[in-house]
Design a protein around this ligand. Structure first.
Ligand code: SF4
Length: 172
């Protein structure tokens, strides 16, 4: 089974993270913003106009954020490289897809780390089964990631992580 890319590549994304999420008062952003609204610091070229100064400008939340590769997958695979700038009707569909796919990619990153541990066979099998469930074959739309069995596997991950916590601690 081939995992999707789990590292962000902003050059192949339509800056989805810069519009999909709200900036809320208790978070590390210098302004407040509703979800599905472009950050005012986002340029027409999908690049951040204050990228070199995010921390001094009060946008530490952007530095800490990673989509784990979900952004470029939504843009390039699920939307064939189209963007919400070219077709504003896509905006809500693309941001929705990012919000669905990002936790799945984050879960795959966790499972990838778990797979590297020296685990008993039962835990190793569970890790493989969850990973497989989170990787639908040849997905075409975000609906492929909203299937019950996939979402159930995602929901199972926290309990599974608890069961292997001792092995993870032993590895540090
Ligand atoms: S400050 Fe820059 S990186 Fe952060 S959301 Fe705005 S445009 Fe994106």
């Amino acid at each position: 089974m081939q995992l999707p890319e789990l590292k962000e590549d902003c050059s192949r994304c339509a800056a989805l993270c810069c519009l999909a999420y709200p900036f809320e008062a208790e978070e590390d952003f210098a302004l407040l913003k509703e979800p599905d609204h472009p950050c005012p610091n986002l340029g027409q070229d999908f690049r951040c106009t204050i990228h070199a100064d995010l921390i001094p400008c009060g946008f530490g939340g952007c530095v800490a954020y990673s989509c784990a590769g979900a952004g470029q997958r939504v843009t390039q695979i699920l939307f064939d490289g189209e963007t919400w700038q070219e077709d504003p009707d896509l905006l809500h569909h693309m941001t929705y897809a990012l919000r669905v796919l990002r936790p799945i990619h984050e879960a795959l990153l966790v499972l990838q780390e778990i797979a590297a541990l020296d685990l008993p066979a039962e835990s190793r099998a569970k890790c493989s089964a969850l990973t497989l469930a989170l990787c639908p074959e040849d997905p075409k739309t975000i609906w492929d990631f909203e299937q019950d069995h996939l979402q159930e596997a995602l929901a199972e991950l926290p309990d599974f992580v608890e069961t292997i916590a001792d092995f993870a601690l032993g590895a540090t």
